[in-house]
Design a protein around this ligand. Structure first.
Ligand code: ADP
Length: 681
C-alpha cells in the first residue's frame, strides 16, 4: 500500500519540523495523534499500514473499522478504548487490547498514550504509539499450553544441565519421586539414582553430549523415602537456539504397576499350565499313591508352602480303615512319630468336612493354639506357623481325606491359594473315586475269573468220566436207533467238553498260567490231517485246499495250533450257512508260515472286526448259531504267544478271511522256505 504522509510538510515553518516530520513518518512504529475531542490530527505511514487504509485527518479515531476487545476476549465499548480513556485521564497508562479487522484478522496491540499539553498546561492533544504484540502473545499462549501439559502429566518431566544439575521439575516428578520442586532444583540428578546404578548417569550424560536420545530405558530410581521404583525413561538432548546442546530433558514413567501386572499375568499363566498338567495327569492315573503324590506336590508348589501333606482315608483288605499319606517338602520321619492326626483339634474340622481352615499364625489361633501338636510344638515337629487345610470330598459327599499345608512364616496363604487347592482337591477326589471304582471292578473281575477257573475245573472231572464210560460203551456194538442216539450223545459230550476246555483255557490265560510245550513239526501235515477229519464229518461244506506244496516247519505247541485250526475252520463253516465251500491255503512267506481260511459267509463289519478277538464277544445277529465268544480270543492269545499274528479281513455279506502267521522254524542246514527240500511225503 502506498501511503501519503499526513504530516503537512508544506505548512512546516521550521526546518526542524520538517526533519521531525520525516523522522516520525519513517518510523516503523505506528503513531497517531488526536485532539482532546478525539479528532485525528496526525498518523504516520506505519499506522496507516496497521489500519489497512488511510483515514482522513479530522475524522474520529478508532473510526469504526475495527472491532475492539479487552485482553480477556470480552467486547470493548468505544468509550472504553485506550484512546478515549487516555483523553479522560490525567496520567493515562499503557493498555492492551485485541482488535479484529473487517477481514477477521485478529491482532494484539499494546497502546502507549502520551498527553500533549497546551497553554496553561492543559491537555490539548494526545499521541499514541501502537505496538503489535500478536506474535509475542501467540508464543506466550503456546508456552502456557506446553507448561500446562508438562504440569498435568502423570509422567515425571525433568530437565537438567550437562553437569547433571536439575533445572526443572513437574508435578508428575513430585508424585513419582516424592520431592517438591524447591527441594530438588539445583541438586544433582544422582539423588534419584540408587548407589549401585550411579554409573548409569555417566553413560546417559555422555550419550546426551553426543546428541543421542535414550529411548524407553528401564531401570530403577529412588523415591525420597528411599524405596526403589521401577521406571522407564526417555532422555533427549536440549539445544539452545544456536543448536548447541545445553542439557537434557528426561521423561520418566513409573512402571511398577505394569511390572506387577506382567508378573501377575505370568503367574496366572504358569498356574493355569500347572493346573492343566495336574488335572491331565491326575485324571489319567488310576494308582491311588500316584494320584495322592501328584496332588500333594502340585498344591505344595502352587501355594508356596514349605511342606504339604495329603491324608487319605482308605480301607485295607481286612476291611479296616487306615490312613494313607503323601508328603511334599518334608521327610516322612517328620510325621511318623506323631501318630495319625485325625482326632487332633487341628485336623478334626478338615476330616469332618467342615470346610477350609486357613490361619495366618496357627500358634496364636485361639481354636488351635492350645491344642497339640501346635501348643508348645513338640521337638521335631515341623515348624508350622501359616496353616491351610482343605478337605477332599468325594462325589457322594464323603470326606475321603484332606490336603494340609504349612509354612514357618506367618501370613503365607491367601484366599487364592484356598481356591487353587480346593479345585485340585475336587479333581483329586474324582480321580480317587475312579480309582476306587477301578479297584472294585478289578476285584469283581478277579472273582469272576476265579469262579470260571473253579467251575471249568470241576466240570472237567465228571465230563472226563462220562467220556470214558462212553468209549467203553462204544466197544459194545449197537445198531439202529440205539447206535444213532449213541453217536449223538458222543457228539454232544464232545461239544460240552470243548466248551469247558475253552473256559478252562480262558481262566488259565487270565491267571497267566497258559503253558506251551514246543516242538518242531510240519504244519502242512497237521493241517491236512485236520481237514480230512472235517471233510469226513461235515457234509454241508467242501473244503478246498490248494496244492499241498512243501512241508512247512514251525516250532510250536502242536495241540494249541491244532486248536486254532479247528476253531477257525469251525467258524468258517458256522458263519457261512448259505455257502457250501471253504478255502484253505497254507504257504510260507517272509520267514512266516501263513495259513489263510476263507469263507463266503455273513462277514463282519469294521466295528465287529475290532471286537471279535475280545472275550465273550459275539457279533449281533449270530445268537441262533451256538458259541460262547471264546474261540477267537483263545486263538489270538495262542498265536500271539507264538510271536505270530492273527488278523481278519472281511466284507459284510460276502465272507471273511482269517490269516494266521507263525514264525518258521529255523532248521539246521535249512536255507530258505522255498528250497528247503523237506516235504511231508
Ligand atoms: P463263537 O464262535 O464261539 O461265538 P469266536 O470267538 O470263535 O466265538 O467268535 C467270536 C464271534 O466272531 C462270533 O460269535 C461271530 O460273531 C464272529 N465270527 C467268528 N468267525 C466268523 C466268521 N468266519 N464269519 C463271521 N463272523 C465270525
Amino acid at each position: 500500500m502506498s501511503v501519503t504522509p499526513s504530516f503537512d510538510l508544506a505548512s512546516a515553518s521550521e526546518k526542524n519540523d520538517i526533519h521531525f516530520g520525516k523522522l516520525v513518518n519513517g518510523l516503523p512504529v505506528p503513531i497517531f495523534t488526536c485532539d482532546k475531542n478525539n479528532i485525528l490530527t496526525f498518523y504516520n505511514i506505519a499506522a496507516a499500514e496497521l489500519w489497512g487504509y488511510q483515514p482522513r485527518i479530522g475524522e474520529d479515531t478508532w473510526h469504526g473499522r475495527w472491532q475492539l476487545f479487552h485482553p480477556d476476549g470480552k467486547i470493548m465499548q468505544p468509550k472504553d478504548s485506550p484512546v478515549m480513556k487516555a483523553l479522560m485521564e490525567a496520567e493515562p497508562q499503557p493498555a492492551e487490547l485485541i482488535v479484529k479487522d473487517e477481514d477477521g484478522e485478529v491482532r494484539h496491540l499494546q497502546v502507549y498514550p502520551a498527553l500533549i499539553p497546551g497553554a496553561e498546561n492543559r491537555m490539548t492533544a494526545a499521541c499514541f504509539t501502537l505496538i503489535d504484540i500478536s506474535r509475542q502473545k501467540s508464543w506466550e499462549e503456546k508456552q502456557a499450553v506446553l507448561s500446562a501439559i508438562v504440569e498435568s502429566s502423570d509422567d515425571a518431566i525433568i530437565s537438567k544441565n550437562l553437569d547433571g544439575i536439575i533445572t526443572s521439575w513437574n508435578q508428575g516428578a513430585q508424585k513419582i519421586f516424592g520431592y517438591k520442586e524447591d527441594e530438588v532444583l539445583g541438586k544433582h540428578i544422582t539423588i534419584l539414582i540408587p548407589p549401585s546404578l550411579q554409573a548409569e548417569e555417566e553413560r546417559i550424560i555422555s550419550n546426551i553430549r553426543a546428541g543421542n536420545k535414550i529411548d524407553h530405558f528401564q531401570t530403577i530410581r529412588l523415591h525420597k523415602d528411599g524405596h526403589e521404583i521401577p521406571i522407564s525413561i526417555t532422555v533427549s538432548p536440549v539445544k539452545d537456539p544456536s543448536g548447541k546442546i545445553t542439557g537434557a530433558s528426561k521423561i520418566a514413567r513409573d512402571i511398577s504397576e505394569r511390572i506387577h501386572a506382567t508378573r501377575v499375568i505370568e503367574q496366572v499363566a504358569h498356574r493355569l499350565e500347572l493346573l492343566y498338567d495336574i488335572s491331565k495327569t491326575i485324571s489319567e492315573d488310576l494308582d491311588v499313591q500316584a494320584i495322592l503324590q501328584k496332588a500333594t506336590d502340585a498344591t505344595t508348589h502352587l501355594t508356596g508352602a514349605a511342606f504339604g501333606a495329603f491324608f487319605y482315608n482308605t480301607i485295607d483288605e481286612q476291611g479296616e480303615a487306615f490312613m494313607l499319606y503323601t508328603l511334599s517338602g518334608a521327610d516322612r520321619s517328620a510325621f511318623e512319630q506323631f501318630g495319625m492326626p485325625r482326632n487332633t483339634a487341628v485336623f478334626h474340622p478338615t476330616f469332618s468336612g467342615l470346610g477350609v481352615v486357613r490361619s495366618d499364625d496357627i500358634t496364636k489361633d485361639p481354636r488351635y493354639g492350645k491344642s497339640a501338636p501346635h501348643y508348645g510344638q513338640p521337638q521335631g515337629h515341623l515348624p508350622v506357623v501359616s496353616y491351610l487345610a482343605v478337605p477332599v470330598i468325594s462325589v457322594s459327599g464323603e470326606v475321603i481325606g484332606g490336603l494340609f499345608f504349612g509354612h514357618p512364616e506367618p501370613g503365607m496363604f491367601s484366599e487364592e491359594h484356598e481356591d487353587i487347592v480346593s479345585s485340585i482337591a475336587a479333581q483329586a477326589a474324582t480321580a480317587l473315586d475312579n480309582s476306587r471304582l477301578f479297584e472294585e471292578v478289578k476285584s469283581v473281575s478277579a472273582k469272576k475269573d476265579e469262579f470260571i477257573a473253579l467251575a471249568s475245573h470241576e466240570l472237567k472231572t465228571p465230563l472226563t468220566s462220562i467220556k470214558g464210560y462212553l468209549q467203553i460203551l462204544n466197544k459194545t456194538a449197537q445198531d439202529g436207533v440205539g447206535r444213532l442216539f449213541f453217536d449223538k450223545l458222543i457228539n454232544q459230550v464232545e461239544k460240552l467238553n470243548s466248551l469247558v476246555t475253552d473256559l478252562f483255557d480262558v481262566s488259565k490265560i487270565e491267571a497267566g498260567k497258559l503253558q506251551f510245550s514246543l516242538e518242531v513239526f510240519n504244519l502242512r501235515q497237521l493241517l491236512q490231517e485236520n481237514l480230512e477229519t472235517f471233510q469226513y464229518t461235515i457234509q454241508s461244506h467242501r473244503i478246498i485246499c490248494e496244492d499241498p506244496g512243501d512241508a512247512i516247519w514251525i516250532n510250536a505247541d502242536k495241540q494249541r495250533i491244532e486248536q486254532v485250526i479247528v476253531n477257525l475252520v469251525t467258524n468258517a463253516i458256522k458263519y457261512s450257512p448259505q455257502a457250501d465251500k471253504i478255502y484253505v491255503n497254507l504257504y510260507a512267506q517272509d520267514g512266516k508260515a501263513c495259513l489263510a481260511i476263507k469263507d463266503e459267509g455273513i462277514g463282519l463289519s469294521k466295528e465287529q472286526r475290532q471286537k471279535i478277538f475280545t472275550r465273550f464277544y459275539r457279533a449281533e445277529g449270530t445268537n441262533d448259531i451256538p458259541g460262547l465268544g471264546l474261540g477267537l480270543y483263545l486263538s489270538k492269545e495262542i498265536v500271539d504267544r507264538h510271536e505270530g499274528a492273527l488278523t481278519v479281513s472281511s466284507t459284510p455279506g460276502h465272507g471273511s478271511v482269517f490269516l494266521v502267521k507263525l514264525p518258521l522254524a529255523v532248521l539246521p542246514g535249512y536255507r530258505s522256505e522255498c528250497d528247503s527240500g523237506l516235504n511231508d511225503g
